[in-house]
Design a protein around this ligand. Structure first.
Ligand code: PLP
Length: 397
């Protein structure tokens, strides 16, 4: 028996454990100080009432033999039609028409981002922006794939563009981006679509934060770009859109038009899912189906507005301090340059000790993250405002 030795090539993930350990040590040594965490990538607002009501109704359905549900419908890889229809309607509002069999319900974007790799041969070359959400890199290291990096830097606004001299087969794009908060315009995405089509490559487009976009110049879905259905798979999530990080639900779109080596990838994904996945719970799916109703959308808009206002408070604070940053406008993340040329961890220690504020060091997301720092808008209003006032005090000095 041999293990998958690719796992031994993974770097230990120190980022969030070190942030947690340093914060805990500081709190223990200074029990009188209130430490504020602007490092969290998790939501804090409760679920929308429409979602809660739908889930209660679904629990009741499970209690009666007439309405009890077992495994979900086979036809759409266990996704209920009412949920798939609501996803299609949300796409239709973006001008994108989808067939029901192109929408796959999942337990979140992270699982599908990892699982999708079952469809691709090991010898494919992968292109990943740096810095980025670490899942793309680690899942490909586990599979033993060659990984190339596309530099995301202050010079390109943390939005790397394709280099047609580089040959890649699988390209990850995340927009609005975690951690940089930067979001591609439609023109920029059109260039990536052109690249993927020319190289016969596949774009793996992570749209987990699309509901934070307010600027109409930015794409909400890669399928708003002509030709994308022939070269892109899109991963979406209710996590940040509707506070589902603990409920677990997402959806992945694999268009029928996406065909490689004569095989529609939709067919492969349907086969993969029906073999290795038994669907998302009925109660969860009914809750998710309430998100894109008129009432649900109004209610999630309130929560999104709350986080957006937090982001604005942080962005205004950095503007006042004259500190360079990206994000904060169409994203819950604010990616700031560490002042006084501090490296990411030095700034982390500085902020923790002087302002009792915790953020996430950018170097944990890739080499180009060094010298940058991620703050998030997912905290409470009071904490966000208090953290900003402390930032102003210590950084003005
Ligand atoms: N994609 C990105 C870019 C994320 O930042 C996250 C979570 O933080 C996910 C996907 C995971 O989403 P989910 O909770 O749906 O698995």
């Amino acid at each position: 028996m041999k293990i998958n030795s690719n796992f031994l090539n993974l770097k230990d993930s120190y980022l969030f454990s070190t942030v947690g350990r340093k914060t805990a040590e500081y709190k223990e040594a200074h029990p009188d100080k209130k430490v504020i965490r602007l490092s969290i990538g998790d939501v804090t607002r409760p679920l929308a009432p429409a979602v809660i009501e739908a889930m209660h109704r679904a629990v009741d359905d499970m209690s009666r033999k007439e309405t009890f549900k077992g495994y979900g419908p086979d036809r759409y890889c266990y996704g209920y039609e009412v949920l798939i229809d609501s996803v299609k309607r949300s796409y239709a509002r973006k001008g994108v028409s989808l067939e029901s069999s192109e929408v796959f319900i999942s337990d979140g974007a992270k699982s599908d981002l990892g699982n999708i790799l079952d469809l691709f041969a090991q010898e494919n070359t992968v292109l990943v922006p740096d810095p980025v959400y670490p899942v793309y890199v680690d899942t490909n290291i586990m599979a033993g794939r060659k990984i190339l990096f596309a530099d995301a830097t202050a010079e390109n606004g943390f939005l790397p563009m394709p280099d047609f001299k580089v040959d890649a087969d699988l390209i990850y794009l995340c927009s609005p981006n975690n951690p940089t908060g930067a979001a591609y315009t439609r023109e920029q995405l059109a260039e990536w679509v052109r690249y993927a089509r020319e190289k016969n490559a596949v774009l793996l487009y992570d749209a987990a934060y699309e509901y934070f976009i307010t600027d109409p110049a930015l794409a909400r879905s890669v399928y708003q770009i002509e030709g994308a259905k022939e070269c892109a798979i899109e991963f979406c999530s209710y996590s940040k859109t509707a506070g589902f990080t603990g409920v677990r639900c997402g959806y992945t779109v694999v268009p029928h038009a996406l065909v490689r080596e004569g095989t529609p990838l939709n067919k492969l994904w349907a086969r993969r899912q029906s073999t290795k996945f038994n669907g998302v719970s009925y109660i969860t799916q009914m809750g998710a189906a309430a998100v894109f109703t008129e009432e649900g959308e109004k209610q999630i808009a309130e929560n999104l507005g709350y986080y957006r206002e937090n982001a604005k408070i942080i962005a205004d604070c950095l503007d006042e301090l004259g500190i360079f940053y990206t994000g904060g406008k169409n994203s819950p993340y604010i990616w700031m340059k560490c002042p006084y040329n501090m490296d990411s961890w030095t700034f982390f220690d500085f902020l923790l000790e002087k302002a009792n504020v915790v953020g996430t060091p950018g170097s944990g997301f890739g080499k180009n993250g060094e010298g940058f720092f991620r703050l998030t808008a997912f905290g409470t209003r009071e904490d966000t405002a208090e953290a900003c006032s402390r930032l102003k005090t210590v950084l003005k000095k």
